[in-house]
Structures are given as C-alpha cells and as structure tokens.
Design a protein around this ligand. Structure first.
Ligand SMILES: [Zn+2]
Length: 188
C-alpha cells in the first residue's frame, strides 16, 4: 500500500516543471481531467459550506470514477475540532462501503490536508490524495495547517502549546499484551 499525495494546480502559480524525483508513481498515474473534475467538486463543497456556516473545506472520496462519499468541515457546527472535511469524507466513505480500509480509492480535497487529516488518510489506506489549495492558502484564511506542520518538524520539548509528555508505567504495555493474546482480534 502506498499513498501518493498530488497537488493539482487550479492556478498558474502552482504550476511547476515535472521533477523526476517527485513525479507521480506511474502505477497510480494521475488522470488530470478526471482529477480536476473531482477537485472542482471538492472546491464547490468547500465554497458552499461557507454559506452554511462551516469552514471553507470540502472533500470527496472516489472509487473507480464513482463518488463514494463527501465531507464538509463541521468543526463549529458540531463542536468537534476533528470534524475536518477529509475526516468527515473518510468516515462517510467507510460507512457507505462497509469497511474501515479505503484501498483503491482516491480522496480529493479542496485544500492540502492538515497533519491530522493526512494521518487519517494514511490510516484509511486510500491510494491517493489530491488537493488543490495549499497550507499557505489556508494560512491566509487564518487556519493553523502550516503552523502545525512546522511544529511537528520540531522537537516536542520546544513546543509552546499542547505540551506532550511520556510517563512510563509498569502496566504501559498491558493493552498490547491483551491485544496480542486475543486470537479473535481484527487487525487493521
Ligand atoms: Zn484537517
């Protein structure tokens, strides 16, 4: 399983010459017209969501050219800081497909996934993630995507917010011991 994250240009300033070191994996080659069409769907969902009182983010999960599910940012409406468009779309796609793994599917999102959503994409096992606007566009809108990416690149002891500490207990590994001895476990 591999995830390919493709920014697709919707404005000329995003265009860049192909670099063989960063070119899309030929096994999951980008179908540009279809990608652009699905991305426009995500962007339209994002724009419409603003009028509905939500954040300016939308996402679509697609399998073999068919829309599986969509998601729109519901953070303020649902009082849920994790209700980002990508997470909403992944949850809806899993419900629609009756699975917890979205292998073979592509997630289109109106904006570059934040670190949480990118991790959600990894956990969901989607084949590809295609985004339009980037973390800098999000920053212009007042969103912390770029700030969080910079934070994650730093040693956690230097963080000035949400301090993260480890406290090793004698029973720290008990949950994993229980998991490994539970023969009927569902691996994921
Ligand atoms: Zn996010």
């Amino acid at each position: 399983m591999s995830i390919v994250v493709d920014p697709v240009a919707t404005a000329g300033r995003h265009a860049a010459p192909a670099d063989p070191r960063t070119a899309p994996d030929p096994r999951t080659d980008t179908d540009t017209p279809a990608d652009a069409r699905w991305l426009r769907r995500a962007v339209d969902l994002a724009t419409a969501n603003v009028a509905d009182g939500g954040g300016p983010f939308g996402a679509v999960v697609v399998a073999e050219g068919v829309e599986v599910a969509v998601g729109q940012n519901r953070v303020t409406r649902d009082l849920d800081p994790t209700a980002h468009a990508e997470v909403q779309a992944i949850r809806a796609a899993c419900r629609a497909a009756g699975t917890f793994a979205l292998d073979g599917m592509t997630l289109y999102t109106s904006c570059e996934p934040c670190p949480m959503c990118l991790a959600a994409c990894l956990w969901s096992r989607v084949d590809r993630v295609v985004f339009s606007a980037d973390r800098h566009d999000a920053g212009r809108g007042g969103f912390d995507d770029s700030v969080f990416y910079e934070l994650l690149a730093r040693d956690r002891v230097t963080w000035d917010r949400t301090r993260v500490t480890a406290l090793r207990l004698p029973e720290s590994t008990h949950p994993f011991d229980a998991w490994l001895t539970h023969t009927a476990r569902t691996a994921y």
